[in-house]
Design a protein around this ligand. Structure first.
Ligand SMILES: Cc1cc2nc3c(=O)[nH]c(=O)nc-3n(C[C@H](O)[C@H](O)[C@H](O)COP(=O)(O)OP(=O)(O)OC[C@H]3O[C@@H](n4cnc5c(N)ncnc54)[C@H](O)[C@@H]3O)c2cc1C
Ligand SMILES: NC(=O)c1ccc[n+]([C@@H]2O[C@H](COP(=O)([O-])OP(=O)(O)OC[C@H]3O[C@@H](n4cnc5c(N)ncnc54)[C@H](OP(=O)(O)O)[C@@H]3O)[C@@H](O)[C@H]2O)c1
Length: 281
């Protein structure tokens, strides 16, 4: 959106009296810079980044709006932009009647939003031991932390190959598909590394598509390894994994990995794979 359109959107929005948010000890107040609606279930948006805000690529943070009771209404969100970016980006679901997202999906450039001061999370390279191939398994909005990681140069220093797998129900749920299919063409920092080291595997489980199996099925039938260097199986000697999906997906794939000898890691004890829930419920 160009500046004049962004300004118009802000002015239109001001027709309904906008709530002025106040920072707290745990929250800063930021400004929405742009919003992109992917479909009726998904949107992404960028907000200002306070100078003091530091995070590691892959972490999540609390964000929110003012609730009906006048208090901050907050939810956990993975940061979709890399740690070096000037703006902070998020990818969001639109839950019908969801306390936060029924309002959040209406935000426009110029609106205010709460941002937590303390990012946390386990989907960080610090929680993994070194390896050759990094597999990023995400479903739905579980793609978000991986969008951050694949734009971080450190990831390409640490791993020879980076494979980002996005499992969704419908083709229209493949947010950021174009950027990912282009292997991040035009990215100011990782364009060259991504062209050689990044592989994008989208899979659609409830519509026709070139790849249609759940992630565990792609592992089992070998489709995941097409075009990759190394063995056509998951191997804890060379492979590291990050998982971000529904509880069911995380549980099933973690069990599969553990069966293959992979050990779960954490910030305090780096190992072969790490897990974070894309949402609760
Ligand atoms: C560590 C962590 C990171 C998260 N990161 C993101 C993120 O990057 N983007 C994002 O959209 N959400 C993310 N979430 C979920 C987010 O915190 C909220 O649940 C979501 O914004 C909906 O808020 P709500 O108040 O509208 O509904 P809620 O009352 O929070 O949720 C209502 C129901 O909607 C469903 N639901 C909630 N979130 C999702 C989702 N993301 N995908 C599919 N179904 C969902 C669940 O069934 C849930 O019980 C994350 C959650 C956790 C724990
Ligand atoms: N297109 C939509 O209708 C749509 C889009 C977004 C959100 N929503 C709503 O949001 C909620 C969650 O939907 P979502 O699509 O984000 O998440 P989801 O139901 O978890 O599905 C996302 C992807 O994960 C796969 N998956 C689910 N369980 C798995 C498991 N145990 N192992 C491996 N893969 C697994 C799904 O495959 P399967 O298809 O085989 O289950 C799908 O490809 C739902 O309440 C839904 O109504 C709906």
């Amino acid at each position: 959106m160009n500046d004049s359109k962004a300004e118009a959107a802000t002015l239109d929005n001001s027709a309904a009296p906008a709530t002025v948010l106040e920072p707290t000890g745990a929250l800063t107040v930021e400004t929405v810079l742009s919003v992109h609606h992917w479909n009726e279930h998904l949107f992404s948006f960028k907000i200002t980044r306070p100078a003091s805000f530091r995070f590691r690529s892959g972490e999540f943070i609390m964000i929110g709006l003012q609730g009906d009771n006048g208090k901050p209404l907050l939810r956990a969100y993975s940061i979709a932009s890399p740690s070096w970016a000037e703006e902070i980006e998020f990818l969001s679901i639109k839950v019908e009647d969801g306390p936060l997202t029924s309002k959040l999906q209406l935000i426009q450039p110029g609106d205010q939003i709460y941002l937590g001061r303390k990012p946390v999370g386990t989907l960080v390279t610090d929680a993994l031991t070194p390896g050759k191939r990094l597999f990023l398994f995400g479903s739905g909005t579980g793609l978000a932390p991986f969008l951050s990681l694949i734009r971080d140069p450190d990831v390409y220093e640490m791993f020879e190959q980076v494979v980002i797998v996005h499992s969704v129900r419908r083709v229209a749920d493949l947010a950021f598909r174009q950027e990912l299919e282009s292997q991040l063409a035009g990215d100011p920092l990782v364009e060259d590394q991504a062209l050689v080291q990044l592989t994008y595997v989208p899979t659609v489980t409830r519509e026709e598509f070139h790849t249609t199996g759940r992630i565990n099925v792609l592992i089992e039938n070998g489709r995941l390894f097409e075009g990759l260097k190394g063995e056509a199986r998951m191997d804890p000697a060379t492979d590291r994994v990050m998982l971000c999906g529904s509880m069911a997906m995380n549980k099933d794939i973690a069990a599969m990995l553990e069966g293959l000898g992979f050990v779960e890691g954490s910030n305090n004890k780096p190992a072969d794979f790490v897990i974070e829930r894309a949402f609760v419920g």
